[in-house]
Write a protein that binds this ligand. Structure first.
Ligand code: ADP
Length: 283
C-alpha cells in the first residue's frame, strides 16, 4: 500500500494529521527489547510539569509491587527526571551484551532513567526534542526489562512534540491523568484528555494531587489551591476519579530521603485496585 503526504496508507482516513489513525499508529510503534516481556504498560500524564506526575507514578508502582506484581518504572521525563532520587538510587545503570540493565529499588522495582546514565545527576539535559524522544524510545527498545506485569511510564509533561512521540512509539494500555486543583482552571486536564482521545489510548482515570492540606491540630481539610473542579470535568468527560492526594509533609520528607517506598498512606489504594482489576485477566 502506498502512503500519502501524511505518511498514511489508509485511504479512508480523513484526518488532517493521521496521528490517531490506527494504521499510522501501528506503523510508528517501536519494537520492545527482545529479552523483555511486559504485560501492561501504563502512562502517567499531566498537562504541565510540577503537579506530581512522578509522585503518582512512584506511588502506583509501589502499591502494585506490594501486591506482589513485577513492576518497572520508565522515567520518560528526560528533562526533569526525579524517579531515581525518590528511591535513593545513586548507582549508574550498567549494560551487557543483551542491552541496558535497569537499577533495582530496595523492593526490586526496576528503574530506568536518564539520571542513571549521566555522569552527574545535576547535569542539565539540554537536548532538542527528537533526541529527547529518541532516548525514551531507547528505554523501550534497548533496556532489558525481562518479565514485568506492569511498566509505569512517567511521561514527559505537557502535550507537545516529545509526549506525542512517546504516545506514538510505545503501545500504552492506558493512561492516568494527574492534575492539581489550580491546574484545572486553565483547561490543562482537558488538553491531556483530548490528546489521549486523539491517539485512541484508554484513559484509566484522573488523580488529583495537592488537593488539600490536613490541619495537624484539628484534622480539618483545607483546600489551599481552591475548591476542586475535577468532579465536574470527570462528569463531562465520563472519566473516573481514581484518587485524591493531599499535600503531605511526611511524603515530601520520604521523597527527600530517597525512601519513598516506605510510605504508609492509602490515598491511591483504590486507584491501584482499579488498575489491578482492569488487567488481572491479562496478568
Ligand atoms: P512532576 O512530575 O509533575 O513534575 P513531581 O512529582 O516531581 O512533579 O512533584 C514536584 C515536587 O512536589 C516534588 O518535590 C514532590 O516530592 C513534591 N510533591 C508532589 N506531590 C506532593 C504531595 N502530595 N505532598 C508533598 N509533596 C509533594
Amino acid at each position: 500500500m502506498s502512503e500519502d503526504a501524511r505518511g498514511c496508507s489508509n485511504s479512508s482516513c480523513t484526518r488532517e494529521s493521521c496521528a490517531g489513525c490506527e494504521h499510522s499508529k501501528e506503523s510508528m510503534l517501536e519494537q520492545l527489547n527482545q529479552y523483555s516481556s511486559i504485560k501492561n504498560v501504563i502512562g502517567i500524564v499531566s498537562g504541565k510539569g510540577g503537579v506530581g506526575k512522578s509522585f503518582v507514578t512512584a506511588m502506583l508502582a509501589v502499591l502494585l509491587n506490594r501486591k506482589g506484581y513485577r513492576v518497572g518504572i520508565l522515567d520518560a521525563d528526560i528533562t526533569g527526571p526525579s524517579i531515581p532520587r525518590m528511591f535513593g538510587i545513586n548507582e549508574k545503570a550498567s549494560a551487557n551484551e543483551l542491552g541496558l540493565l535497569p537499577e533495582l529499588t530496595v523492593n526490586n522495582i526496576k528503574i530506568m532513567s536518564v539520571n542513571l546514565l549521566l555522569d552527574k545527576e545535576d547535569s542539565p539535559v539540554v537536548w532538542r526534542g527528537p533526541i529527547l524522544a529518541g532516548t525514551v524510545k531507547q528505554f523501550w527498545t534497548d533496556v532489558v526489562w525481562d518479565e514485568l506485569d506492569y511498566l509505569f511510564i512517567d511521561m514527559p509533561p505537557g502535550t507537545g512534540d516529545v509526549p506525542l512521540t512517546v504516545f506514538q512509539s510505545i503501545p500504552l494500555d492506558g493512561i492516568v491523568i494527574v492534575s492539581s486543583p489550580q491546574d484545572l482552571v486553565s483547561m490543562i486536564v482537558k488538553k491531556a484528555y483530548n490528546m489521549a482521545k486523539l491517539m485512541n489510548i484508554p484513559i484509566l482515570g484522573y488523580v488529583e494531587n495537592m488537593s488539600y492540606v490536613k490541619c495537624p491540630d484539628c484534622g480539618k481539610e483545607i483546600p489551599i489551591f481552591g475548591e476542586s473542579k475535577l468532579g465536574e470535568i470527570a462528569e463531562e468527560t465520563g472519566v473516573d476519579i481514581l484518587g485524591r492526594i493531599p499535600i503531605d509533609p511526611v511524603l515530601a520528607s520520604l521523597v527527600d530521603k530517597g525512601e519513598f517506598e516506605r510510605f504508609s498512606c492509602d490515598y491511591l489504594s483504590g486507584a491501584a485496585e482499579h488498575i489491578e482489576k482492569m488487567y488481572e485477566k491479562k496478568v
